[in-house]
Design a protein around this ligand. Structure first.
Ligand code: ADP
Ligand code: MG
Length: 361
């Protein structure tokens, strides 16, 4: 319980730091130091959805009214809640819950968007050599990290759950739009990819409304659309692992990019002085221990892919994780390690701002 409360507090702090930096990046601070050009004011809305704080920041522009922006917020949050209602593991009538209830029994027909996400999750599972595996559910349940009673399972329990975790046993039928988990007891969990998809959907709505700039932040899954009003790149602060305050260890700059951070210092429990977190290796069935405590994927592609990759690199570890990132066009990463060293790939515009960390490349 206490761990959970701490986690919630951390989550709030985490979301706040991004929000703060997003606002900072918009040039709101210029209001106190008036710039030569009158910059449009940002408008932002935060709601709790997808088990996290979701903040959308929009900017007034010549052809937009306050009312129009208000409607864009409405449409975005309605869409985010729709995605949650279909992809949540915790809502008994979601498409995901229906698929899980029918594991080993029958294919289940689902909404197009859920099909699309599962299909992509399967592709990234293959791409990552099974490090990212959306059938991680039985292991998540065993460790109970998202529940009220997390615990350390026995090796026997882990051994029994491992054969149920295998993305190859997700059978997709595109024509019928059905999903079938071929073994009874399999559990699909889109927790490592759904937020990224929701961020992409928010961006699609913003583009449709012809808004040139916006910042989407779904609990650390950030999209920076367009550029700052003064034509410079957006800046996003990366949250200092373990810090309760709104501090950032570094800044990533970019236009039209997504930056997705996964950290193992947010959702965890402590037992016998050992910390057990929420990214599980499908290979040994245990929370990953690779020395990485935070990984940010920075990409010009879709946020859904960046989200899944941010989870995958924890399982792969630095060497293999970096090799995977380096093999992908337009995808970069910033890794933070337990020993406070940081490594960033060549194509990311990253600036270290906290000198208690060391940048090593
Ligand atoms: P967060 O949700 O904190 O932003 P991630 O994007 O890394 O972090 O997703 C972690 C979630 O992904 C877990 O809570 C779980 O639902 C799921 N997950 C855990 N391990 C794996 C894995 N190896 N492959 C795919 N999904 C995973
Ligand atoms: Mg992820």
């Amino acid at each position: 319980m206490i761990a959970r409360r701490i986690y919630l507090l951390c989550l709030v702090a985490f979301a706040l730091v991004f929000a703060t930096y997003a606002i900072h990046a918009t040039g709101l601070s210029e209001r106190f130091f008036p710039a030569r050009v009158q910059e449009p004011a940002p408008l932002s809305r935060t709601e709790f959805a997808l088990s996290t704080l979701c903040t959308i920041t929009l900017f007034e522009q010549a052809n937009q009214t306050y009312q129009a922006n208000y409607e864009v917020f409405e449409i975005i949050f309605r869409r985010i809640r729709e995605i949650e209602s279909r992809m949540s593991l915790f809502l008994p009538n979601s498409d995901i819950s229906r698929i899980n209830a029918a594991a080993g029994l029958a294919p289940v027909q689902i909404a197009d968007d859920v099909f699309e996400v599962i299909e992509r999750a399967k592709q990234i599972a293959e791409l990552s050599g099974g490090a990212f595996d959306p059938t991680i559910g039985p292991l998540m349940e065993l460790w109970g990290i998202k529940g009220v009673n997390p615990r350390v399972p026995s090796q026997e329990e882990i051994n029994a759950a491992l054969p149920l975790v295998n993305w190859r046993n997700i059978e997709l039928d595109r024509e019928q739009r059905t999903v079938f988990l071929s073994l009874p007891g399999m559990v699909l969990d889109l927790g490592g990819i759904a937020k990224g998809y929701a961020a992409d959907e928010a961006l699609a709505i913003i583009r449709e409304a012809r808004l040139e700039r916006a910042i989407i932040n779904l609990g650390g899954d950030v999209i920076m659309h367009g550029e700052r009003p003064d034509r410079t790149p957006w800046r996003v602060g990366l949250h200092t692992p373990h810090a309760a305050q709104r501090t950032a260890f570094g800044i990533v700059r970019g236009r039209d990019i997504t930056a997705v951070t996964s950290g193992v210092y947010e959702q965890y429990f402590i037992y016998n002085e050992v910390q057990y977190h929420h990214i599980i290796s499908p290979f040994d069935g245990r929370p990953t221990r690779t020395g990485i405590i935070s990984a940010t994927i920075v990409s010009s592609g879709v946020s859904m892919d960046a989200d899944a990759l941010s989870t995958a690199v924890f399982v792969l570890g630095y060497e293999r994780g970096r090799a995977l990132i380096d093999s992908l066009e337009g995808v970069e990463a910033v890794f933070v390690f337990e020993n406070r060293s940081i490594r960033a790939t060549a194509g990311v515009d990253f600036t270290l701002v906290d000198d208690s960390f060391r940048l090593e490349n």
